[in-house]
Design a protein around this ligand. Structure first.
Ligand SMILES: Nc1ncnc2c1ncn2[C@@H]1O[C@H](COP(=O)(O)OP(=O)(O)OP(=O)(O)O)[C@@H](O)[C@H]1O
Ligand SMILES: [Mg+2]
Length: 250
């Protein structure tokens, strides 16, 4: 399944104001891998994912999905292959109803309305928000918007999921449902997040970014034990490894 390979090849990116957000980034992600992308605020996580889906184009280097380079010409195939959820769900939702937002991708593929409806209902059921189908996205709560934004991507049935802070604003039950959903998604997953417990549960590999550079790329179990490197990168061990503060007091 080489076409599902995700390759960042010596990628650098600066924003228009000259801010270098990603520097000489190299990473190859194989089909079926689940990779956590972590790092302090401003480390470059969102920029890395936006480069992957061609929202931003590298100033140097190349990104490939298997044989397919991510360029302006290939954007429509890239977007069908990689389902991307924005850090801020408001960037994802622009239709009048939740239904239309979730139907947007499948309609763009030219699927007939019956198939579109099947996909919309299934995606909404998966994230547990069928009851919001006819609501206006901009009138929803933060967590509900997050769930809709995830549904907009699931309805496209992508081969790669690239999610930016997917658990932010989710209540514990919705977060658990999302983790189970992602565990069931057997294709490639790239998850940028501050939720290191999520990474522990879901991702066997972790990339740690610091100032736009990769500080660590390897097994999640290793980095989560390396408190020194975590601290140097502005991170803390996941709560599940920190022990119970109440028990410790005894
Ligand atoms: N539109 C922009 N214009 C200029 N600089 C930007 C822009 N967006 C991000 N940056 C800068 O690029 C760098 C990387 O930002 P990015 O949003 O990728 O970080 P992040 O790791 O996702 O952070 P967070 O955890 O806060 O979401 C930061 O220095 C940030 O200030
Ligand atoms: Mg971000």
């Amino acid at each position: 399944m080489s076409h599902h390979l995700v390759d960042f090849i010596d990628v650098s990116y600066s924003y228009l104001d000259g801010n270098k957000a990603i520097e000489n980034l190299n990473a190859r992600i194989h089909h079926g891998e689940a990779v956590g992308i972590v790092g302090a605020n401003g480390a470059g996580k969102s920029t890395m994912l936006k480069l992957l889906v061609g929202i931003l184009m590298p100033e140097q280097g190349e990104i490939r999905l298997g044989d397919l380079p991510v360029t302006k010409k290939t954007l429509s195939i890239v977007r069908q292959t990689v389902g991307f959820t924005f850090q801020d769900p408001e960037d994802q939702l622009f239709n009048i109803t939740v239904y239309d937002d979730v139907a947007f991708g499948p309609r763009n593929y030219g699927l007939d309305e019956k198939e579109v409806e099947k996909r919309v209902v299934s995606a909404l059921q998966t994230v547990g928000i069928e009851h919001l189908m006819h609501r206006a996205p901009y009138k929803l709560s933060g967590g509900e918007k997050r769930a809709v934004s995830i549904a907009t991507v699931l309805s496209m049935e992508p081969n790669v999921l690239a999610m930016d802070e997917p658990t932010a604003a989710l209540d514990p039950k919705s977060r658990r449902r999302l983790i189970e959903l992602l565990q069931g998604f057997k294709h490639t997953k790239l998850i940028a997040t501050h939720d290191l417990d999520l990474v522990m549960e879901l991702c066997s590999r972790t990339i740690v970014l610091k100032d736009g550079r990769i500080e660590y790329d390897g097994p999640t179990a290793e980095i989560m034990k390396n408190t020194l490197l975590l601290e140097q990168c502005g991170l803390e061990q996941p709560l599940m490894l920190q022990g119970c503060p109440i028990c410790r007091q005894k």
